[in-house]
Design a binder for this molecule. Sequence first.
Ligand SMILES: [Zn+2]
Length: 221
Amino acid sequence: MDKIVEGIRRFRRDIYPGLKPRYDELVKTGQKPHALVIGCSDSRVAFESLTGCGPGELFIVRNAGNIIPQYGKYMGGVTASIEFAVTALPIRDVIVCGHTHCGAMSALLKPEMSTDMPAVQKWVSFARQAKRRIGKEHTHVFDAHLREAIAENVKLQVEHLRTYPCIEKKLKSGEIRLHGWVYELENGDVVEHDETNNRWLSLTEPEEPKRDVSGRFRGTE
Ligand SMILES: [Zn+2]
């Protein structure tokens, strides 16, 4: 706790003064984030430092496994936060971001690891379709299998987003775009799912066409 309080003091003393004009504007005109991120609660994923975005830019919803229950199946904080962001804020991009080494996805693959966490088991059941989709090729060792589940879960949760009436409406009018990402803890890369060709492309390499890194999720790269 000492570290956290010391950090707050340092923030107020050294960092906040530089941000004061920005906060004055945000207080006066309200928040106008341009992106909604649905990410995992994992402490190793830090969206602002990962994206270089500052206060007022990202509206972030976090939960174990970056899961979005289908609209109407489980109305709770995730549903309300997404609905609010897409309806009331000027969101242009909606990003579902998973990450490698995800504990929630491990719990999905190995339910016996979380028998003492019934709420976790219930929550990750909103991702079980991802487990089914990779179930046919059970030839991998667990680590490669986990990577595949993480990628498949991101694709599934993007599909779940499409069940939201507010998302459907804004997709139709061309006001928002959906993105499925995986952040790779071990190398700092962020990869994006290309829905048209069902492949994963690295976002960190500047060249076009972007590099196809789908092999990373099949254990072949
Ligand atoms: Zn996670």
